[in-house]
Design a protein around this ligand. Structure first.
Ligand SMILES: [Zn+2]
Ligand SMILES: [Zn+2]
Length: 189
């Protein structure tokens, strides 16, 4: 990919997602905390992706590390994990200024299928006009800043996705920016 997504992020079917590998967690500066709920086990575990990268596990999936870290005890392991907030967040400035990147705002109201595709610049300008944000705004905070009504269901229940197309593909070479229409129409399940 000539202009790959920011480190720690991957484009899956054209939609940016946090990468699942240990190296992706390290790039996002994101820790994983495990706490064991098994009876009599008070184990608490902090998985530091930087340590794992130094040990050569950059490409291993975090889910695999979590599996290997299970408690070895009779009666089984009750470890449950949660991802902390990443210290290095994906911000609008990491996405702007690219012909092959757009934002899809979709309505998440009761079965509503409305969505619209915007350039990152349009979104930044819209936020700045309302004093609600700027290019430093994290992408995962965007939905809370979008207060306008959905034109279909009249509710305000937005979700924002970054569409990041791979410019090395024939799809991009033949369709260019028209390709966004197809990618955006495939809604997440
Ligand atoms: Zn345990
Ligand atoms: Zn709607």
């Amino acid at each position: 990919m000539t202009d790959a997504p920011p480190k720690g992020w991957v484009s899956l079917d054209g939609v940016l997602k946090p990468g699942a590998a240990v190296g992706d967690y390290a790039a996002r500066a994101q820790r994983v905390i495990g706490t064991c709920q098994a009876e009599g086990c008070k184990r608490r575990l902090v998985i530091d992706a930087d340590d794992l990268v130094r040990a050569g596990f950059e490409r291993v999936r975090m889910s695999e590390v979590q599996r290997l870290a299970r408690c070895a005890r009779l009666g089984g392991c009750g470890l449950s994990y949660h991802d902390e907030e990443p210290a290095r967040r994906l911000r609008l400035e990491h996405c702007q200024g690219r012909a092959h990147v757009r934002l899809r705002l979709r309505c998440d109201g009761n079965g509503c299928r409305f969505y619209r595709v915007w350039t990152v610049e349009e979104i930044v300008q819209g936020l700045a006009r309302r004093g609600a944000g700027d290019e430093r705004t994290p992408v995962d905070e965007l939905h809370a800043k979008l207060t306008g009504q959905c034109p279909v269901c009249k509710k305000s229940n937005w979700r924002a996705d970054v569409l990041w197309l791979n410019t090395d593909t024939t799809g991009w070479k033949q369709r260019g920016e028209e390709w966004f229409a197809d990618v955006a129409a495939k809604r997440p399940a």
